[in-house]
Unconditional design. Sequence first.
Length: 312
Amino acid sequence: MKELLFLEPVFTHNIWGGTNLKDKFGYNVEGNDIGECWGISAHEHGDCTVVSGEHKGKKLSELWKENHELFGEYNSERFPLLTKIIDAKDDLSIQVHPDDAYAAIHENGSYGKMECWYILDCKEDATIVIGHNAKTREELADMINNGRWSEFIREIPIKKGDFMQIDPGTVHAIKGGTLILESQQNSDITYRVYDYDRLSNGKPREIHVKQSIDVINVPAKDVADSIVSTDNLEKNALHQLISCDRYSVFKIDVDGKMDFEQTYPFMLVSIVEGTGEIDGTQLKKGDHLIIPFNYGKVCLSGKMVMIASTPA
Ligand code: ZN
């Protein structure tokens, strides 16, 4: 049987970061401004290392190039996906991402960014920014150019376990006190639409007005189509939360025992709650791994919640 690939995450320090990744996920990392845990990543700004087994010590980007049999027939120049946990102690700036076509032209051949969020934890009465209220591109440009932010920004209530797809062109932002797991394309291209007029080292951070007006979808997707609850899903089953043209994402709520056949080229898995086992190897909240190509039957046991993804 092929080996599972367990990965050592990479952490980022951010002005809006906090200590939840240490306190709630048990990661051994210094600092009180840890914003992101890149749990499964081969990006040049954070390339995860395999922690055990035959490939111990190798970077995920190296495996992609040198041991491609682990990933089957899936061919792309770069590893296609990235899984992060984000701890926002403060509000994040309001952002939008380009699609592949726009990024290829304007960002030096980079991928665009499609992403989705699973809410791991949030305050009571928490909200998230998703979409906007402009009806036409002219109105969008006017709202952005003239700082009509209270009219522009659309905030929606959220709770733990909510899931949302964020297509390129979707305005979005996490508010302080929210912890999310993000499954995304392997890209770091972000356009900042609005930063709440905050200063960083005495100066406002750069705002990408032109790119934002270029790429924001108008009108925004309906509120009702923006968020789905994942409460009350049947336990011990692989539940697809989204399938789009870049990835599929699944939730698995293990309570006791289950198994499933890994029929995808490969699967990225993050444990977001609890403890258990995968084919005899212990798992705990905060672990990240890849189930390689042609792995076959996966046996899970324990009491844990997993979010998994696979490229489209
Ligand atoms: Zn984003």
